[in-house]
Ligand binder design. Structure first.
Ligand code: GDP
Ligand code: MN
Length: 386
């Protein structure tokens, strides 16, 4: 929406322009990389570490926190340590942060998950994926190994950075008073979140949260449409939350209040995130998470942590709190963000919603292109990309 664009131009400039020698003179922020992974993902983790070390961390040496619902084996631990000089910690995610909470009716939940599998909802049939999304939505920031940190940078297996990051993004975010940073915003698969927005919207309504201008980023404008019919209610059956005696009251939702507001499916792609942990640790975020969680939607639907984080930010933050790392070259699987003026990227783009999907053949071509590409870019943004 044009209003957001104007605000983003005003509040959200790139932190640093031009090619720089990495500036390591200032003390580090209180921050760490957070990597949730399994032993079998070691190769992908190494790829990611090589990339972030080469383009950033060899100068800045931020520590890593590896988390796993299982135990990391010694191969994983020893290998990972070979790829960085920084401190590395390994933590286990306990059952209180992973899997079904005790108040969930497991039978209903498992049936719900199987149904999503049958309906070919992406990852919908995988119980572990649901657990992972819920963990990243409501728990990672409560893990004991993260208690000492104020900031985190999320890393995943098989990601790639292709521009040198020659400044400290944590320090810049602190200086500019930012809370949440992203590099790609995309549209969610509708079938993974059929009812998510109703609950998020109800949270705002119930707690009388006034938008600070970011919520509108997630709302589909419907100028000439009749408000949605009131009988179009959330489909998540209440019995999902009846697994625990005495705590079987699902959140009360004012369905009427949701009329007319529709999710546009936009979200910050959370496999990259740099954010202030105090945002997630706030009572407001906790309230938001509790309400979403209590609906059973992490199991009966396949709510991703990306739309959860995004809608929480939409409800609780303003555009001035958000930073778009438009100068970070970043790829995860088939979606990437390139800051520079490659031929395919000279079209005018909506800065809040940038998406490049490439097939494999094209990706190889792009790779070759970027390997050779080492010229300062327009506006001085995106220098040293390779
Ligand atoms: P995608 O990026 O949405 O395709 O999903 P991924 O498979 O990459 O999962 C997202 C993140 O969660 C990655 O960091 C994975 O390593 C991690 N992850 C996913 N499922 C599990 C799991 O069951 N156990 C652990 N320990 N990590 C998981
Ligand atoms: Mn991934």
């Amino acid at each position: 929406p044009p209003a957001i664009k104007k605000i983003s131009e005003k509040y959200d400039k790139v932190f640093v322009t031009g090619c720089l020698e990495p500036d390591t003179s200032k003390p580090r922020a209180n921050a760490a990389f957070v990597v949730l992974a399994r032993n079998k993902e070691l190769d992908g983790v190494i790829q990611s570490m090589k990339s972030i070390e080469r383009h950033f961390n060899r100068w800045y040496n931020y520590p890593y926190v590896f988390l796993n619902d299982g135990d990391f084996n010694s191969t994983f631990k020893d290998t990972v340590k070979n790829y960085t000089n920084a401190k590395v910690e390994f933590g286990k995610v306990g059952p209180e942060m992973w899997g079904f909470p005790e108040w969930i009716d497991r039978k209903v939940a498992k049936e719900g998950i199987a149904k999503q599998g049958d309906a070919a909802v992406m990852y919908g049939g995988l119980e572990s994926y649901h657990a992972m999304c819920r963990f990243y939505s409501g728990f990672f920031y409560k893990h004991p190994l993260l208690a000492k940190y104020e900031w985190y940078w999320r890393l995943e297996p098989e990601i790639k950075y292709f521009c040198d990051i020659t400044y400290d993004p944590f320090l810049q975010m602190i200086e500019q008073n930012k809370t949440y940073g992203f590099t790609i915003a995309v549209k969610e698969l509708r079938e993974t979140v059929p009812n998510l927005f109703r609950y998020a919207s109800a949270f705002k309504r119930k707690n009388k949260v006034a938008s600070q201008g970011l919520w509108e980023m997630f709302v589909e404008p419907q100028p000439d449409k009749e408000p949605e019919a009131a009988e179009d209610k959330p489909q998540i059956p209440e019995e999902i939350t009846r697994g625990e005696p005495g705590r079987n009251t699902p959140p009360e939702i004012d369905y009427e209040a949701m009329e007319g507001e529709k999710y546009n499916m936009c979200h910050f792609w959370s496999n990259f995130e740099i954010a202030r942990l105090s945002f997630f640790r706030s009572p407001e975020y906790e309230e938001f998470f509790q309400m979403m969680d209590r609906s059973g939607g992490f199991w009966m639907e396949r709510w991703g942590d990306a739309p959860i984080h995004s809608l929480a930010a939409g409800a609780l933050l303003g555009p001035r709190d958000i930073h778009y790392f438009r100068d970070f070259g970043y790829r995860h699987t088939t979606i990437q963000h390139c800051p520079a003026n490659a031929p395919a990227r000279q079209l005018p783009r909506e800065p809040w919603l940038e998406k490049t999907t490439l097939d494999d053949r094209k990706r190889i071509e792009e790779d070759r292109y970027w390997e050779d590409y080492d010229t300062p870019k327009e506006n001085g943004v995106g220098c040293r990309c390779r």
